[in-house]
Structures are given as C-alpha cells and as structure tokens.
Design a protein around this ligand. Structure first.
Ligand SMILES: Nc1ncnc2c1ncn2[C@@H]1O[C@H](COP(=O)(O)OP(=O)(O)OP(=O)(O)O)[C@@H](O)[C@H]1O
Ligand SMILES: [Mg+2]
Length: 479
C-alpha cells in the first residue's frame, strides 16, 4: 500500500474516533490532523495538514512544544498542559499526551492526542481571583472591625454564608462528641481532619471552628480537591510564577491568600499522591514555593482537611498518604451519618421548616405524625443536606395551611435531584431566591410539557393547588 493510502486510512479512522489527534512525520511535517484537533486549536485542518508543524505552531517555544520534545528528544509526555497563542493570536489551553513512534530504533513520527481545558483553566483563574477578592474583603473587614459598612455588590465575607456553632443542630451523644472536639479546636491552630459522609455538615464544622477562634477576622478559604483537574491543583494551592509553564502568570495561590487564616481542603484524598507529599512538606516546614518559582515563602495557615470515606479505607486503597493523614489528624473529628442518629431528625426538620417559612413566605407551624414517620423511615444517603432538601421542597410546594403533611414529603426525588441543586448553588447565580425560582420554573415547565399543557394534571402531579400553579404560571409568564 502507498504511504498516501495509509495516511487516508489514518485520517478517516481519527475522524471516526473523534479524539483530537495530530501526527507529524520524522521531518516534522503534519501528516494527520483531524477536525476535532482543529476545533481545539481554533484553526482549520488546511492550516496544518501537509505543513511543517513548527511553522504552524511557531508561538510555542521548542522546549515547551510537546510534539517537538517527542520527535527530537524521544520524550513521552502524558497529560501535560500546553498554553499558547495560535497562528491567529487566539489563546489555546490543552492537555496533551504525546508519544514518539519508534521503528527499528528510529523516530518515524510523533503523535499527539489533546483535550481542551480552556474552560477549566478559566475556571481556575476565576476561583483564584474570586478567592483573592474574598480574602481582600476579610483583610479590609479586619481593619474596619466594628464598623458595619454595607458595601453592596462586592463579594465580602459578610455576604457569604458563615456558619457558627449555634447553627449546628443535633443532640445525639456521638454527634455532640464531634461538636465538642470541634469546639476545643477553636482554642488552638492545629490541623483538623474531618471525616463525614456527604451532607453531614463538614463545611458547617470547618467554618464554625474558623469563625469561633482567634483567626475569625482572617481569611477562610475553601478548595475542593476533587473539583479541579490534577494538573491545575498545584498552581491553585501554591500559586504560579511566570515561566512555570507557558502562559503562567505571577499569582499567589490559596496558601498565600489564606495567610494568617484557615484553608479548608475538601476531599483531600482526591489530591494526586505526589502533591500530597508536597503538602506534607509544606505543613512541616511552613514554607511554600510557587510553581515555576524559586523563592520560599513563609506561610501561616491552619489546615482543615475533609474526606467523605473512611480514612482507613482511603489509606488502604492508596488514595490517601498515611504520613499526610497522621500530620493532618492532630484533631480528628468524625461526624456520624444521619441514619445513625435518627433522634435528631425531628429537631433538624423543625429548624429547616422555620428557615424555609422565612425564605418562601409560608406559615407552616407543625409537622404531622405521618410526615414525621416518613422522614424517620428513610436512610438519607445524602444525610442532613438531603433532609434539608426534602423539607425545602415540602415547604415550597405545601398546600395552603399550617401543617406539613405526609403528602408534602417527597422522598423519591430528594436525593437524585435535590442535593445537586443545593450543592451546586454558587453566588454568581444570584440570590438564593432567584436561584430557587429558576429551579421551580424548570420543574413546572418540564411537568407542563409532559402533560401537554394540562394545568390541572400538572398541579396534581406537583402536589399543589390549581390556583397556586396558575399564579406561578402567570408569574413566570408560562401560561
Ligand atoms: N447538624 C446540622 N445542623 C444544621 N444544618 C446542618 C447540619 N448538618 C448539615 N447541615 C446543613 O446541611 C447542608 C450540608 O452541609 P455541609 O455543606 O456542611 O455538608 P458537607 O459534609 O460539607 O457535604 P459535602 O461532603 O457534600 O461537601 C448545609 O446546608 C448545612 O447547613
Ligand atoms: Mg462540603
């Protein structure tokens, strides 16, 4: 078969597979470049195919070009971030896996497969900028202590949900033991390790510790280690310095931003293993070094780390380093799941009814025995957050009247749809009321469509009065 035929086969295969692919021959001429890659790199297939790749990607210096490294230095590169301007000057961020193809000890080609992370990169930049403004707010807050200045529109800590110990509801003895340990943690700055299933209140505990202690006027920053691609997490935690990788800017990471305060590392076991040992070193030495930097920077940050699976299992599975665990677990707190403290369900439900009465302008005064039985019967894989969702939905949808009934409690939908709605809420979505009304609109629209526009049936399905639904349809301009 002729080389031209091979290339056609390869090109066709890559288009079908859909992965963004780029292959250059030994001389560096692009012999395969597919549509997916063209979309990623924001150029056209014709721009690259048949051309010397160094000419097309002239904005990438040789040491940073993954294809060049594979072709010339036989380097195999896995999941490496590449950040550059394309021939049209557009910013492109990809994560590349690049390998030299070696036949009889000769490099005959290099192949690159890329993933787009421009959006994720933007996200990490936004996180750092936002966190920066929050900690700047905290610093200002400290200077203006006492003066309750209301500065609208800025992400000041005062506008962000802050939890204190009085917000923590529960009377179960094992639960109270956890609260007691957390309270004692406010008197010092030792590391805290919190283990609790999702929705058990880890954030609530962490914030209560921070805002209940001497650091309360210093920044409290939180980062979920599972929410960020591994390649970006290090830069987010420790900051970056120009030259660290192409496109890197000088920026303080969360450790510097949280200096003097507290850094909550959620799901610390999702942190890559090597980064965990770096974190351990930082905790021992109290110095950080920005990615790509050479300066040691002294930091004083209290760490609160959380996991939602048993630390022993995480260690056994190789997800959590044992040495890091020992270093973090100076104050260990285990929050029992809700199904192991069912006695707390009624007081929690009461509290949430009061909260959402206020939120929705309802006047529910009590909960029926039948409703309470239903709540007691459930296992709550989503724990307190799930219970809160059930109550929120019940209060918002309840018929007129002052009693929450069995009929109002919709346990079916609580975990699948509810928790996501609450946990995904972020301040950029507007106020909580705006966010909730968008959710309400979506649900109503879905049911209305499914019922072919039949208002009575939709009202029945949603467990609300027809007049109530009519009112909402008018409000949302759906009717
Ligand atoms: N003991 C409690 N008293 C009052 N509210 C609680 C309690 N525990 C949890 N909540 C509420 O439940 C919700 C979830 O709590 P939180 O975000 O602290 O859980 P989490 O353990 O951090 O969850 P995840 O693992 O999903 O991050 C919050 O709205 C919080 O206010
Ligand atoms: Mg949390």
């Amino acid at each position: 078969m002729r080389g031209k035929d091979y290339r056609a086969i390869l090109q066709a295969a890559s288009e079908v597979l859909g992965e963004a692919m780029h292959i250059v021959d030994a001389r560096g001429t692009t012999i395969m470049y597919n549509e997916a890659m063209a979309r990623l790199e924001k150029i056209s297939v014709e721009d690259a195919l048949g051309k010397p790749f160094r000419q097309v990607f002239s904005n990438i210096p040789e040491p940073e070009s993954t294809l060049y490294q594979a072709l010339v230095n036989r380097r195999e590169i896995r999941e490496q971030e590449q950040n550059y301007l394309n021939i049209y000057g557009k910013q492109v961020t990809t994560v590349n896996t690049t390998i030299p193809i070696i036949v009889d000890d000769r490099v005959v080609a290099a192949m690159e497969i890329a993933r787009d992370i421009t959006d994720i990169k933007d996200m990490s930049d936004r996180i750092l900028t936002l966190q920066d403004s929050i900690s700047a707010g905290a610093r200002e807050g400290e200077e203006a202590k006492g003066a309750e200045a209301e500065d609208e529109g800025r992400a000041r800590p005062s506008e962000i949900q802050r939890y204190h110990f009085e917000d923590i509801i529960g009377e179960d003895p094992k639960f109270l033991q956890a609260v007691d340990r957390a309270m004692r943690a406010t008197t010092n700055t030792a590391s805290v390790f919190i283990y609790g299933e999702t929705g058990t209140g880890k954030e609530l505990f962490a914030q209560s510790i921070h805002y209940g202690g001497k650091r309360q006027n210093k920044p409290f920053l939180a980062q979920n280690c599972a929410a960020i691609p591994e390649s970006l997490l290090e830069g987010i935690l420790f900051g970056t310095e120009k030259g660290g990788f192409t496109g890197a800017v000088d920026r303080a990471g969360l450790f510097e931003q949280a200096n003097g305060g507290t850094l909550l590392l959620d799901e610390v076991s999702a942190m890559p293993y090597e980064l965990q040992s770096k974190l351990l070193r930082v905790l021992q030495e109290k110095y950080i070094r920005r990615v790509g930097g050479s300066r040691d920077i002294l930091v004083d940050v209290r760490i609160i780390a959380t996991v939602n699976e048993s630390p022993q299992e995480l260690i056994a599975r190789g997800a959590l380093r044992q040495d890091l665990y020992y270093r973090l677990n100076v104050i260990g707190i285990t929050i029992p799941p809700l199904r192991e403290r069912r006695g707390d369900i009624p007081i929690l439900a009461d509290q949430f009814i009061r909260k959402y009465n206020g939120e929705f302008g309802r006047e529910i005064w009590m909960i029926s025995d039948g409703a309470l039985d239903r709540l007691q019967d459930h296992d709550y894989p989503g724990n307190v957050r799930e219970l809160e969702n059930i109550i929120m939905a019940a209060v918002s949808m309840a018929d007129e009247g002052h009693v929450l009934t069995e009929r109002d409690i919709d346990i079916q939908r609580s975990y699948r749809e509810g928790p996501a709605a609450v946990s995904e809420y972020d301040l950029s979505e507007g106020t909580l009321a705006e966010y909730l009304s968008r959710i309400e609109q979506t649900v109503i629209r879905q049911y209305l469509t499914a019922n072919g526009g039949n208002v009575s049936k939709t009202a029945r399905d949603l467990g609300m009065l027809r007049q109530n639904l009519q009112h909402k349809l008018k409000k949302y301009e759906l009717g």
